[in-house]
Design a protein around this ligand. Structure first.
Ligand SMILES: CC[C@H](O)CC(=O)C(=O)O
Ligand SMILES: [Mn+2]
Length: 340
């Protein structure tokens, strides 16, 4: 008998990036209810950038964290509702409010080298009785040894699970395997994996993570998520069942929810276009996708050139202002060339 894999669906959080954070609370409730009935373990909701993400910097969401949590927690009967918290964007006050409104899981996310800043959030989350997940983002930027160092910090603060988060969709299966295997060897808590599909290998990478002993994996219906999106939940679950894993999910219900409830609400097809592909190739944060497209339009430059430069500069989440800087610099360089 294979081990039960814990499935987190992030259609209503990572997927929010693709609709510019504009799902309404009733749309969220409808999708969350379908996910709940499909047997998904954890349903992550809220602004794409997590609690308190709704801002000038990251874009305003249609409704507040409170309105989304109230709408979703009212309809979800079996699954645990999760929130994402990026220390520095969300605060302890936001976390307390989310727990009071019914969130049962907190995913505390930091850049892969910055686990230190998660200490008080992880400890508070545990005190609130939440299942607490450490989410190490941009995991392609560091090798297994460094990731182990950072993950151990999260474990020492009390995290129940630590994730290898391929925010840029830049990892290939071997890279996933090496990172997950190192964490499995060094940690005493379950390991998770969160994929982005910029190089077209999200489901394959998820299978690679499972082969090395990860037991928590993420997906989104129709793949809805930043960049080229996440592992597509219904596809991932089908692949997991074929590979002999237990998910507790009803595949038919997931397929129905994806096709009839989520697809009509999508504002763009979840494809690997040139911008998404270069995010993965250059190793850039997937949530820069729309920001880079907008900056390219504003400054009349190629979005791919912006991403390549951001990749060279090793820009990370929270440095969105550099997208504008790079676009501006590229526009100046272009003007200089034209003059000469
Ligand atoms: C902006 C937070 C980010 O979307 C978290 C995440 O899902 C990732 O790093 O992949
Ligand atoms: Mn993501």
């Amino acid at each position: 008998m294979t081990q039960k894999i814990t499935i987190t669906d992030s259609t209503l959080r990572d997927g929010m990036h693709t609709v510019r954070h504009q799902f309404t609370p009733s749309e969220m409730a409808e999708i969350a209810s379908a996910l709940d009935q499909s047997g998904v373990d954890i349903i992550e909701i809220g602004h794409g950038d997590g609690l308190a993400g709704s801002s000038y910097q990251y874009g305003f969401s249609f409704a507040s964290d409170e309105e989304y949590l109230k709408a979703v927690c009212h309809v979800v009967k079996q699954a645990k509702v999760a929130v994402l918290l990026l220390p520095g964007i969300g605060t302890l006050k936001d976390l307390h409010a989310a727990a009071e409104l019914g969130a049962k899981v907190a995913r505390v996310a930091t850049h892969v080298t910055e686990a230190d800043i998660s200490e008080q959030h992880i400890k508070s989350s545990k005190q609130l009785g939440l299942l607490t997940v450490g989410f190490l983002m941009m995991a392609h930027m560091e090798g297994p040894e460094r990731i182990v160092e950072e993950a151990k910090k999260m474990e020492s603060y009390g995290a129940d699970v630590v994730y290898v988060t391929d925010s840029a969709g830049a990892l290939l299966p071997d890279g996933v395997r090496a990172r997950v295997a190192a964490l499995r060897e060094a940690l005493n808590i379950p390991i998770g994996f969160h994929a982005h599909n910029n190089l077209g290998v999200a489901v394959g990478n998820t299978l690679a993570a499972l082969a090395e002993g990860a037991t928590y994996v993420d997906g989104s219906l129709r793949g809805m998520g930043a960049g080229a999106g996440n592992a597509q939940t219904e596809v991932m679950v089908a692949a997991l069942h074929k590979a002999g894993y237990q998910t507790g999910c009803d595949l038919n219900q997931l397929i129905h929810a994806a096709e009839h409830i989520v697809a009509p609400k999508m504002s763009r097809p979840q494809i690997i276009d040139s911008v998404a592909l270069i995010l993965g190739y250059a190793g850039v944060y997937s949530s820069f996708f729309l920001h880079a497209k907008r900056a390219a339009e504003k400054f009349g430059v190629d979005p791919l050139a912006i991403l390549v430069e951001l990749g060279k500069r090793r820009v990370v989440g929270g440095q969105e202002d550099q997208i504008i800087d790079v676009a501006y610099e590229l526009s100046l360089a272009r003007k200089e060339k034209t003059v000469v």
